[in-house]
Design a protein around this ligand. Sequence first.
Ligand code: SPQ
Length: 421
Amino acid sequence: MVIRKISKASGTIKVPGDKSISHRAVILGALAGGSTEITGFLQGADCLSTIDCFRNMGIDIDVNGENVTVHGNGLNGLKAPEQMLYTGNSGTTTRLLCGILSGQTFDSSITGDASIQKRPMKRVTEPLSLMGAKIKNDYCPLYIQGSSLHGINYTMPVASAQVKTAIILASLYADGETVIHEIEKSRDHTELMLSAMGADIHTDGLDIHIKKTGLLEPVNVDVPGDISSAAFFMVLGLIMPNSKITVTNVGVNPTRTGIIDVLHDMGANIKLENLRSSAGESVADITVSSSALHGTTISGDIIPRLIDELPIIAVAAVFADGQTVIKDAEELKVKETNRIRAVVDELSKCGVDITETDDGMIINGGKNIHGADFKTYGDHRMAMSLTVLAQLANGECTLDDSDCACVSYPSFFEDFYKLGN
Ligand code: SPQ
């Protein structure tokens, strides 16, 4: 696909629902004792994979566009799936399911697409095994034997909301208390939702305490817009001349807003308005306008708060004066693709001065870039980041695969060109 160029980007946009919250609303809704109404549900391929998996375990789920009703059957109401559960491209579905399936009275198996089969699962199988889980393999396909579980005291070796959530979900079935110590705070949507549903869970700094719960009360979930999707428009509005973009109804849970802090740091004209709370999650409208950006250093405990935004932050750095250094981001290597290598290789193609490091990259920004034929590696965030980058290239840019954007943002290109003129 040739990436069409716009000359400025202006207007108001509402991005689709948050992917992490949409997954959790279906998963926890399926385990609740009654029906959960979800509004603003993300109809991205990943969240549809989650729905499919639970339908395969006997859960009735009605989908009507962004409105989804999950008819929960209680914590012990899942049925043995008749076939191997297929999680598509979704790391979240795969890892969170491991936590639930470990504590069932039936056996099951999970696999996903080629990318999922390469993503490490030992990070979840290891702590789950300590709880008594029996899982064969460290990569998909995984074979899970339903087992009796017990609580553990576990210090996480990586900052990962998926690992944390897999353990929390297993703890709902485990005897005794589980205590999880995070090394850095990762997104906490599971904890917030479970708390609202009456689970025995509380957080104390970086520690999470959870005990077996008899009943999860269903709660309706109004999913806010995904800040990871809003990020593409935030950076677009900042780097394009004469632009001003407002993204309405964006989830600004503090565990997800690292990108706002970094862009502020880079000199961005960015403001949050109408800050409000919806079902325990913070929501705001975000407005950005063209800004003269400068380089910065991104490292340490901010990384988990912006991990999925690093490809588009790298694009912002290309148009910032001076050097941007991204450190402590090894986790990028085990996403849909190795996002350090992919960003460095693709940005280099159009003349960006960028160097790969062991745990991130260094970008010397503020220089002109030229056209290039980009590869996405089947990674939705690469496809959308490269589309934003291409807007300021001197020359034509192409993308080998634009369809992968549907994993998290099926209407991305439609929305993008609506804003451009
Ligand atoms: O679900 P998946 O494929 O892992 O999706 C990604 C993404 O870019 O959309 C990562 F590749 O987001 C993860 C995120 O990186 C979603 C997530 C969650 O919902 O819990 C947590 C993060 O992963 P991790 O490994 O840090 O827990």
